[in-house]
Design a protein around this ligand. Structure first.
Ligand SMILES: [Zn+2]
Length: 403
């Protein structure tokens, strides 16, 4: 057992929980209305989705890697039968892991990832407990195969050992077969020039399974960044994911304004890893230098129409984010890895309690060093009020992304 780790919670909190209400609970001063069951991926025929793909961009007729293994059951069987899923294995340039490594001398020397972290051999549940309300995992990574493999290699070397090396079809089948209702699919461009292909990949994933709400990405400052996002939004993607550490672009970088504006105009959510942790000296820049809660406060103040979600509960500035989420109606946080009792931090329970209608349950699956349901079990063990838990597990994500 790791230093400081508490004994495993063996059982879920056995309480009767009400199902996901059709009318979401919106937060104080919520900036948007829930739109019921509208789902452009479900309503639009696949051809319409494909029509939204970028012309001249890599697509299903481009060079493809080896076909992903197909499951006997689950969403991919029907998708592959109907041919909708062909684009999943979209060509991506072979990813050299060196491109993800430092080229700058401005490296962090401290941070949660300053030394390799261990895997936890904790037991995993068979599925989510049936008494829970519908669960949306608001932070699931979905990448083309080669990019996934490069990312796993990076994590194995510099982060933590990846327990679930599953490609996108298997990621979705794994989660859905265990009772997760929906996932918010995230990816990010680690360099200019690949965002259109990544977005097309995500469009194809979403067109194959309406339980995936996919987000677009872009490399801030790349040529046509605004147009890349407009096109992705028109094709049905639900927002944007950026990763300041990997992209080496801080929230105050002038290149960000185009992204903020595109999201504001289209009323799409921006999920931006802009907290300082988990930081690694092996990122290309110092995350503690380019990210801070002060910079996020400037963004929230300057862009009141922007719906901004910060992963990892804003790690590691939990107290400051508590103040921010109380003050700003355009801020959301997701729980990703911050509740899992994996990093050497106290669980930021006060932040959950400060404004539960603004907290989304998310896991970072499949890039995890521990059991897929560890964070869920830890969350349930906190004994939050039933209504708070219902919001955190699904209602808040539904209200934020189902529009
Ligand atoms: Zn993540």
């Amino acid at each position: 057992m790791r230093r400081g780790e508490r004994p495993e919670v063996k059982t879920f909190t056995a309480r009767s929980l009400s199902p996901l209400k059709t009318q979401p609970i919106v937060g104080r001063g919520a900036l948007f209305q829930h739109c019921g069951d509208r789902d452009p991926f479900r309503r639009r025929p696949p051809d319409a989705l494909k029509a939204g793909r970028a012309e001249g961009q890599p697509g299903e007729n481009d060079e493809c890697g080896p076909a992903p293994p197909r499951s006997k059951q689950g969403p991919f069987q029907s998708a592959s039968r109907s041919g909708h899923y062909q684009g999943l294995n979209i060509f991506m340039p072979r990813v050299d892991i060196r491109a993800l490594e430092p080229h700058s001398t401005a490296k962090a020397t401290t941070g949660w990832l300053s030394g390799p972290l261990k895997a936890l051999d904790d037991p995993e549940g068979v599925r989510v407990p049936s008494q829970l309300p519908p669960i949306i995992d608001a932070h699931v990574h979905l990448f083309p195969d080669r990019l996934f493999e490069a990312i796993w290699s990076w994590f194995d070397n510099y982060g933590w050992p990846i327990r679930y090396k599953l490609h996108t079809p298997q990621v979705l089948q794994f989660l859905f077969s265990r009772g997760i209702e929906r996932v918010v699919g995230l990816l990010y461009a680690h360099k200019p020039g690949v965002a259109r292909a990544l977005n097309n990949f995500m469009i194809d994933v979403c067109s194959a399974d309406s339980r995936v709400w996919g987000l677009a990405t872009v490399f801030p400052g790349e040529e046509g960044a605004g147009a890349i996002l407009d096109q992705a939004f028109r094709a049905g993607l639900k927002g944007v994911k950026l990763h300041c550490h990997v992209q080496c672009v801080g929230p105050d970088d002038p290149a960000m304004h185009e992204v903020y504006s595109a999201c504001e105009e289209a009323q799409k959510t921006l999920v931006m890893h802009a907290g300082r942790e988990p930081a690694s000296p092996h990122y290309r820049c110092d995350a503690h230098r380019i990210c801070s809660v002060e910079l996020i406060e400037h963004v929230l103040r300057d862009h009141p129409r922007l719906r901004l979600c910060i992963p990892h509960l804003g790690a590691d500035e939990f107290r400051d984010y508590e103040r921010l989420i109380e003050r700003y109606d355009n801020l959301w946080l997701d729980t990703t890895m911050a509740l899992a009792d994996y990093f050497p931090i106290p669980t930021p329970v006060r932040l959950l309690q400060a404004r539960p209608e603004r907290i989304l349950y998310g896991t970072d699956f499949p890039d995890l060093p521990y059991a897929w349901d560890r964070e869920l079990r830890k969350l349930l063990a906190l004994g939050l009020p039933e209504n708070d838990l219902t919001q955190i597990l699904g209602q808040n994500a539904a209200a934020l992304f189902d529009s």
